[in-house]
Design a protein around this ligand. Structure first.
Ligand code: GLY
Length: 586
């Protein structure tokens, strides 16, 4: 049984800065609040601070992180507390059953590094994991829901390692806010309620998931309803008592395996050996010199930093600054640069612990040559992967992964100047929809290509035992004079790459502050069709882009960028108005 925890008071106290218009529901006696009150959580403002700052996708999580920072916690401490809360209040996007990538700046050592806590394919998995008995790829939803898509979770290991290396506050203190919230119940936000309603069918498939997310009358939980999660509180108490590793060595890991393997309709092959042998990998950041900055992020198995880097490097051959954000030509150049970068991504980028990759994807001469393919004012007719420098080339076929927009991003700077940019995920909304110990299990393995070969050539991002599926997550820290200048990232599946590139171009080329850069309407081109954000000024680009030869699709484009800019010792934060994000600082 969970004992009442002292953090209860913390959850009801208002932070000093920026949150005065918000109504935080934790600790209230009533079981529901009016949906209009819940929707006030959607407020965003440009935030300024002197000492520390946090931006997350959920106001309750931001508030928890803010209090940790205020109590002297490091950026890593705040992320631990925030991730524990996000798994509860934004369960559709990330959690203990998922994986993450973190870019971390250690101010005491003046060192930038990255951590890969991506899920791994089970040791028993084969390249045919997502194929039927005739070798035909499964449909996405046949693959996602159930145990087959569940990879070994990495997030809890990451939290433990970040705390061990960079933590100031006791581990258990970081888990108490979310444990209290789970025990007392949190108020379902409008975004979570909408996601629940949209995923009703898959959430109803497994009794434990259904019991948690549905009301007795068969409706999904509504905005403003209080939702308690005692198993989650107990999980946090277990982790607080026995440490993060107990997730991998004890009952929690064993129960995840038995759930994945025993689900009757779509079992998976995850084993206790996969869980016990999971490791977080520290990797060298991938950086691109750009406009006097170094744009740094996560290398493979993420395609994030390389693809964002290619977009920036190719567009940098044109004068985007003088074209400005209202120029259709500027967007056409960004769009075609993105198509070229996505062609290379699809051919070459996967988990480089398993497959070789060209070394020259960000070489200046290569990017210049790719830029020469673009004609301003005229859509590129055909797009193919290039031939970057590669010491030992092999013939590969293009990736065929199916990617939908989900995930969450957290940006934090602490009082000592440490910074963390983490993109965290359980992949699809509500992951595999299987639950264990109060949290959802990921479906990250569907980020692999379902096909393993094409026309006799292997696909780099095919399933292999122990391999990490290719990601689009692009947690980024932009360095200026060897110090962080911008801490930024976004959810959004493969659209993440374009959302982050847009924010960087808007801030670094067009001089927008971080909130303006985030709020700027989204216009992306990954595979040929120009996607323009519905209900925004981006739709005005439709006619000029069509005249240049593009097919245009006007659609919802739900970026969720959280960013912090550090200029002359001042912190300025922005949260994406398309989601429920909130920036807090002091
Ligand atoms: N599952 C989202 C990503 O890794 O890109």
């Amino acid at each position: 049984m969970i004992k009442p925890l002292p953090w209860r008071a913390l959850l009801t106290a208002a932070p000093l800065c920026l949150a005065s218009s918000l109504s935080f529901a934790a600790g209230q006696a009533a079981d529901t609040i009016a949906p209009e009150a819940a929707s006030t959580l959607q407020t965003q403002k440009l935030a300024h601070a002197q000492h520390f700052m946090i931006a997350t996708a959920n106001p309750v999580a931001s508030k928890i992180g803010y209090e940790i920072l205020k109590a002297g916690g490091s950026a890593a401490d705040a992320y631990v507390a925030v991730q524990m809360a996000l798994g509860l209040v934004e369960p559709q996007s990330s959690g203990l059953g998922g994986g993450a990538f973190a870019v971390y700046y250690d101010a005491s050592k003046k060192k930038l590094t990255t951590f890969d806590a991506r899920e791994t394919a089970p040791l028993e998995a084969t390249p045919a994991l997502f194929q039927d008995k005739n070798g035909k790829p499964l449909t996405f939803y046949d693959a996602v829901v159930g145990g087959r898509s569940v990879g070994t979770p990495g997030t809890v290991k990451l939290l433990g390692e970040l705390h061990e290396r960079y933590g100031n506050l006791p581990w258990k203190d970081l888990l108490e806010p979310a444990a209290t919230l789970a025990q007392d119940g949190f108020i379902v936000s409008p975004r979570l309620a909408g996601a629940l309603a949209n995923s009703k069918k898959s959430l109803a498939r497994y009794p434990q998931t259904k019991a948690y997310f549905f009301n007795p009358d068969g409706t999904t939980k509504q905005a403003g309803q209080r939702l308690k999660n005692t198993p989650y509180a107990e999980t946090l108490l277990m982790l607080a008592t026995y440490g993060a590793d107990s997730f991998y060595t004890g009952r929690i890991g064993k129960d995840i395996v038995s759930k994945v393997r025993s689900v009757p309709d779509n079992p998976g092959v995850l084993s206790e050996k996969d869980i016990a042998s999971y490791t977080v990998k520290e990797r060298t950041p991938v950086c691109l010199p750009y406009q006097g900055y170094d744009v740094c992020g996560m290398g493979p198995p993420s395609s994030g930093a390389l693809t964002v880097g290619q977009i920036l490097g190719i567009t940098n051959q044109f004068d985007l600054a003088s074209m400005g954000p209202n120029s259709p030509k500027a967007w056409q150049i960004i769009g075609d640069a993105s198509r070229l970068a996505f062609a290379d991504r699809g051919r070459y980028i996967a988990d480089t612990d398993y497959v070789p990759m060209p070394e020259g994807l960000l070489d200046a001469d290569y990017l210049k040559a790719r830029a020469k393919l673009i004609t301003p004012g005229k859509a590129l007719k055909t797009v193919a992967p290039g031939e970057p420098a590669w010491r030992h080339p092999i013939a590969l076929a293009d990736d065929q992964a199916i990617e939908f927009p989900n995930t969450s991003h957290v940006s934090i700077v602490d009082k000592d100047g440490n910074a963390i940019s983490v993109t965290t995920t359980i992949e699809h909304g509500f992951g595999s929809t299987l639950m264990s110990h109060g949290f959802l299990l990921n479906n990250e393995l569907t980020d692999f290509s379902f096909k393993s070969y094409q026309d006799g050539h292997p696909i780099a991002n095919r399933v292999e035992p122990g391999k990490r599926p290719r990601s689009s997550m692009s947690p980024t820290i932009v360095m200026k004079d060897n110090k962080p200048y911008l801490v930024v990232g976004s959810p959004g599946g493969s659209q993440i790459i374009g959302y982050v590139a847009k924010t960087l171009i808007a801030n670094l080329q067009w001089g927008m502050d971080i909130q303006q850069a985030i709020s700027l309407p989204n216009s992306l081109n990954r595979f040929g069709t120009f996607e323009l954000e519905k209900g925004t000024a981006a739709t005005k680009l439709a006619k000029p882009l069509e005249a240049m030869g593009y097919k245009v699709a006007i659609k919802d484009m739900n970026s969720g960028v959280q960013g912090i800019e550090i200029r002359n010792g001042q912190l300025t934060g922005g949260a994406d108005p398309r989601r429920e994000g909130l920036v807090l600082g002091d």
